[in-house]
Design a protein around this ligand. Sequence first.
Ligand code: CUO
Length: 659
Amino acid sequence: AVFDVPSRFLDDRYQSIGAEIQNRFSDDAGERIPVRDIQPPNLDNVGLKQLGKQENFSVFIPKHRKLASALSDIFLKARDIDHLQSLAVYARDRVNPQLFNYALSVALLHRPDTKDLDLPLFIESFPGKFLDSRSFVQAREEATVVPQGSRRPIVIPRDYTASDLEPEHRLWYFREDLGINLHHWHWHLVYPFEASDINIVRKDRRGELFYYMHQQIIARYNFERFSNNLPRVVPFNNLRTTIPEGYFPKLDSLVASRAWPARISDASLRDLNRQADQINLQISTLERWRERFLEAIAQGSVVNQNNQRMALDENTGIDVLGNMMEASILTPNPNFYGDLHNMGHVAISYQHDPDHRHLESFGVMGDSATAMRDPIFYRWHAHIDDLFQQFKERLTPYTQEQLSYPGISITGIQLQPDNGRTNLISTFWQQSDINLAKGMDFVPRGDVFARFTHLQHLPYTINIQANNDSGAPRLGMVRVFIAPKFDERGQPFSFRDHRRFMVEIDKFVANLRPGQNTLKRRSVQSTVTIPYERTFRNLDARPTGNQEQAFNFCGCGWPHHMLIPKGTPQGLQSVLFVMISNYEQDRVQQDLAGTCNDAASYCGVRDRLYPDRRAMGFPFDRINRQGAETLQSFLTPNMGIVDVSIMFNDRVAGPTPRN
Ligand code: CUO
């Protein structure tokens, strides 16, 4: 399809050849979409003078955030969809393409009249942020030389960013996974930290979710490290030390025709002074913000902009701290507590050119679509998690009474794979294809697929035997976690340490009839993940229907193929934990019909409250009560654990049929 653009929308250069340019693509285009002629908006404040077409764009950079929020605002205020379409068509060529994509995505996600519309898959619009740059040369060749129908997928090499000399490279399949990076990009799109309309930022418990979703990323990453014979990630807590982990992304910014900058081993952070980005940042400023954050935790209160002290409540304190740390515009005192997390990303991403003398843009840490590729992401976020945990460790431990569910007990748990031994999870490689065609300008039309390799696991069912001796039907919230059984030295964990390794894999409501119950839950039902197909589906083949509504919000979710960590060839000893808590206490009264809530644990539910009244991560968000120094002794009758083994088989399952 091609847009029928009013002639005054065309760039000056194209005015004289307007008709010609209109007709240029229309032979291939089946459909012409009329664009309503409107008074062109004033884009002076967000246009190419502010951020050029070939510049890189990052919401972490304050100047870029302001541009994004101003442009989203223009889109959000359009009075109807036709008007929005005209604005978007007009702005498309007059605004930095990444800024345009971000601002339009935010607007589409938050306008009541566009919630049900789909966006093109981000990876198809900006494949350069996800795939080896060399594959594009091959893709162009394939698309230019080979007729459609005979084209073969471009096979992305399995591990192309480093060699085995670099131990961190063992984690390539996690850090460079398409689904994980798409999830992270989507999460930050759904939870922007700045917008001209504060209601776009003010979502239920968004500060707490910032803490929890990233805490879970670290727990998952550490599980993967244990799977690869590596110790837990070392928090980047001294900003003055060198960073042994180098990273060479081998990504091309196709928009800017520039390679993404690398970071050599043993580099260190330096003060930034980049006029072009309006950034002037001292490392000591980051340290000062951190001191103030820790001081607030130690005092149990924050100082707001009017110099009043506000207590950090046991339940809501973490939400305040999340917004303060990130920082979102909900932070209680932006000047005092600063912008530690975001500017940490910026400081790391400009380490290679702190004063812009080499005219280089930021590294992968500067973009939420690419940040998780870099080992330093996990070191930075492990440090941030340590800061949050200082608050959590001060809270009163849950009592036995708060944890138990009178009358309800778990008498048995088995994990049954579809094929194989009880309590054994099998993992292996799988290949999948995605279409590169949309993200490549100026090549002949038609599909070109890239084939990449990712982790996968065999589906399984968890069976739970639960007794209900209360004499009446009950509702339970079933909380399922998995963690390594031993630490990196092969020693048993203390509870205090173990709780931070607990990876949430599912949470669901169950009916408990009086007497003995057997609950069955399939791995694919997980409320942490989105289905495999949704991560990689070609939108052109999309089925329509109600469950497809709010696709963009639903695009947020941990990718199902990464639900279970890799494990080891011998089988990594792990522990599966199940708790049934009292749903009457956990329930949030609201109607979830028609909403997208199948990955609510890490992403929440669109336009709704977070669907669990408990603290995120419950019951592992606090330290243990006295006398419960191990996971085993922490258990109350409504909890249970079972040893499971995660066994990796180094085979590649063939590609699934084209999505
Ligand atoms: Cu998601 Cu640091 O917050 O990247």
